[in-house]
Design a binder for this molecule. Structure first.
Ligand SMILES: Cc1cc2nc3c(=O)[nH]c(=O)nc-3n(C[C@H](O)[C@H](O)[C@H](O)COP(=O)(O)O)c2cc1C
Length: 170
């Protein structure tokens, strides 16, 4: 295994290295002060604390959605189900309306909640922190729901689905 020191980082190679960390895929949504629905695909989501229930996710500073998330009182973390890779692509794209054709309900503070997800966390926006070229958003979970759907996974730049480890059959 080759080791690379900070001064020799190649951005593509570094990203490939981070891609070795498999994640789920979420769509983080909110409602702008002008009433518009805002949402984007995010895999930087993680749980931080159980008591109180805190989670975080990171948004790139150049995002046109940054101001809306900074001003929002609430946001929803929609944890996508295995079959929802189309939604992941739609919410990572530059289409004029990412919510076109998307089945949703409105939750707390008018936040859009996607239907058919593996799980969903409705969060109060409790903190924003400097994270270099990203802003770290901290949410306190006020409500959650969970379905029996298997989650969508992301690894090495590709969508994947869950199979049990052969050493741990059911
Ligand atoms: C699987 C996946 C995970 C992503 N995770 C993040 C993330 O954690 N933070 C982020 O800012 N962008 C992330 N992106 C990129 C955004 O979804 C994409 O750039 C989107 O266009 C940004 O929306 P915006 O134009 O409203 O900023 C991810 C994209 C994909 C496909």
């Amino acid at each position: 295994m080759k080791s690379t020191a900070a001064e020799d980082f190649d951005p593509k190679d570094y990203r490939r290295t981070l891609g070795q960390f498999a994640t789920g895929v979420t769509v983080v949504t909110t409602r702008g002060q002008d009433g518009r629905f805002i949402g984007l695909t995010v895999n930087s989501f993680t749980s931080v604390s159980l008591q109180p229930p805190l989670v975080l996710w990171c948004l790139v500073r150049q995002s046109p959605s940054l101001a809306a998330f900074q001003e929002a009182s609430h946001f929803a973390i929609n944890i996508l189900a295995a079959g929802q890779h189309g939604l992941s692509r739609q919410f990572a794209s530059q289409v004029p309306d990412r919510f076109a054709g998307v089945e949703l309900e409105e939750g707390k503070a008018g936040v859009p909640r996607l239907k058919g997800v593996a799980a969903q966390l409705v969060c109060r926006n409790v903190g924003q922190f400097d994270g270099g070229d990203h802003v770290i958003f901290l949410g306190q979970v006020e409500e959650y729901l969970r379905s029996e759907e298997k989650p969508l996974l992301f690894h090495s730049g590709r969508y994947c689905s869950l199979t049990p480890h052969p050493d741990f059959p059911e």
